[in-house]
Design a protein around this ligand. Sequence first.
Ligand SMILES: [Zn+2]
Length: 391
Amino acid sequence: MSSPTILLSNRQIGDVNRSRVLRALCDHGPLSRADLARLAGVPRATIGTIAQGLVEDGLLEEHAPTREAGRVGKPSRPLWFRDDAGLCAAVDFGADAVRAALVNARGDVLTRVTVPCPTSTASAAQLEAAVVEAVGGVLRGSPAEVLGVGIAVPGVCDPATGIVRGSGPVPGAAGSGLSEAVAVAYGLPVLVDNDARAQALGEKWFGDGRGIATFASVQTGVGLGVGLVLDGELYRGAGGATGELGHTVVAVDGADCHCGLTGCWETIATLRWLRAEAKRLRLPDAERLDAAALVALGTPRANDLLVVYADHLAVGLATLVQLLAPERLLLHGDVVGGGELLRALVEERLRERSLPHLRDGVEVLLSSLDQDAGLLGAAGLVLSERFALAA
Ligand SMILES: [Zn+2]
């Protein structure tokens, strides 16, 4: 049986072109009409009408004219999102607080609200109350209509249903109570997703993943989580259960992991491992050591441990390189504290552990969004849905 011919109405074609234009802006930043037509794949003849509609709807504005060096003729006026366009309420979870922010389509954080909450022990009701309060604080300060609420949860989430299947760090988030409580309180669309995936989305819309087709965003520190953008799309896997690279076995007969398996990557490349090693090597303040403190110590023994930490991180990253051939690996969390010294060590060890034809194609970067990547990604969840862009 042949597939049916799909006929699009003029209105639908208009919506498709509008989505492409918004997506090109999200991917590339401010653009002239000519660049917008080219990058969005929209006919040059219709870009003026589409852009004008977006300006009249209050989404876009024209910036001051810029003349590119060496170009003659009329200077271009780049189009970009207005300061109050695409407002989203974004939520993520710290160890002792629920964090919320108002984020615009440019990726600017306009307002922040922090509600103290012991997230690892809070009941579902306590957690829901804290999230509703945090979102309420953000909405009260909003200068314009808010499109929706995005929530980044450190756990297994099914974004299609809004159900959190389980969360080790925030057990009270399990179920569908969070999204229901926020939807009932404010009548807005609520989008829920895993925090590592939200970080990848934050990088894709607003960070070093902008305009990059295939990259991985890797959370380091207490655990190891991965968010993947493949060929321009956030990859979620069946039931939203992707990203568990931390529990890939890297050491046969290795140590017990908290997940119930043995020899997982998490048993050799997290803060728990780093602190145990530091204690064994009798480094000062071993129980509280992190990458930043290790670099600051700077003793020969500390430097040796830093090299091993970098190598152990590279073990898991090499799996990503071998499997996906990403253009970039964007590192978050503890590694960022180790600065350029640790980044360069990780990159060096990664090259040694990767196949020759893959090792030169990948850049290792410390995330410039880092701690805000989850919040920005939560906003990206909303923008993707409301602007009808594929996430
Ligand atoms: Zn494990």
